[in-house]
Design a protein around this ligand. Structure first.
Ligand SMILES: [Zn+2]
Length: 321
């Protein structure tokens, strides 16, 4: 029998474990939220127990697995298998995660950040199938890319390549990024930018159906409010969405100039903003690229679905072989 892949998606709120076949079919899945307040070793133990339970439930033993792939939301040193930091879990500072989980199993364990995991998942099981090179771009609270070159993830020297969110696209900007710099792509086009961007837009004199309320708090502006604002035709929302899309389009243009990829896939919660957002991203890209486009390029939305993190984590096992 063809060996199965085990995926672990370790996020700030959710811990998911799944059994996946070699074509990306999900055979079983378990989700828990019990890990949130646990220390690192206890989280690893919980993961090991979840995997064992899943194997037993499916009348399998560890030997049915090709390996275990883990995607972690955080800053990862892939080479050393370390979690350097993660902003949404307790502890996990310079924590040798891979080695700790490996101690529970004989089959190989690999770990990478969730962006790389998702990228590789889309490459193997999603819209990236059949390509040799592609870029996967996550548009959510932050912005980042995963890079596939010649069928492999490109990670850089230690594993931090693809932090596109921290490339500076507007040096004179007053929008400050989490990194401390001004004018980073994610400070202008990521979900973290929304409250400030909305406030600035309103203060420029663009009408808002929200800000007229006395108790309105700009800090409450998130993707959900923008989605609602688009439906209502709120002028400030439309302006904010277009501005975010424009900077994202600049980011994609920069990606194009560096990598010349045949495919750029977009994923992440901001895509729920719909056609206005996506079309403006594409428009900006084509306006900038002009006649510098010599080869066909596809800019598409990745549709791997809500299990993309888990499928991607499982896929990491295929990448190492
Ligand atoms: Zn930054």
């Amino acid at each position: 029998m063809e060996k199965l892949l085990c995926g672990v998606d370790l996020g700030g709120t959710k811990l998911a474990v799944g059994l996946v076949d070699q074509e990306g079919g999900m055979l079983d899945k378990a989700v828990t939220y019990d890990h949130v307040d646990k220390d690192e070793d206890s989280v690893v133990k919980l993961i090991a127990e979840s995997i064992r339970t899943m194997l037993i439930n499916n009348h399998l033993t560890e030997s049915a697995l090709e390996g275990i792939g883990v995607g972690v939301a955080g800053h990862i040193n892939y080479r050393k298998g370390m979690v350097i930091t993660t902003s949404n879990l307790r502890g996990f500072r310079n924590y040798p995660f891979r080695e700790k989980l490996q101690a529970y199993f004989d089959v190989p364990v690999v770990m990478d950040n969730d962006a790389n995991a998702q990228t590789y998942g889309t490459f193997r099981f999603g819209a990236g199938r059949g390509y040799n090179d592609m870029i996967f771009m996550t548009l959510s609270t932050g912005i980042g890319i995963g890079i596939i070159i010649d069928g492999k993830l490109y990670r850089g020297f230690t594993g931090t390549a693809g932090e596109l969110g921290h490339t500076i696209v507007e040096p004179g900007s007053s929008m400050r990024c989490t990194c401390g710099n001004y004018g980073c792509l994610m400070a202008l086009a990521g979900g973290i930018a929304l409250p400030e961007l909305y406030e600035k837009t309103v203060k420029k004199g663009i009408k808002s159906t929200y800000a007229v309320r006395k108790d309105f708090d700009y800090q409450s502006v998130d993707g959900k409010i923008l989605k609602e604002g688009l439906k209502k035709g709120d002028p400030a929302t439309v302006a904010v969405v277009k501005e975010m899309a424009r900077y994202t389009g600049i980011g994609i243009y920069n990606i194009f100039q560096i990598f010349n990829p045949p495919l750029i896939l977009l994923g992440g919660g901001l895509l729920e903003l719909g056609d206005l957002y996506f079309n403006e991203i594409r428009k900006t890209f084509y306006d900038l690229v002009k006649e510098m486009l010599f080869d066909p390029i596809e800019i598409k939305i990745s549709r791997l679905g809500p299990d993309s993190g888990l499928l991607g984590a499982a896929a990491l096992i295929l990448e190492r072989s």
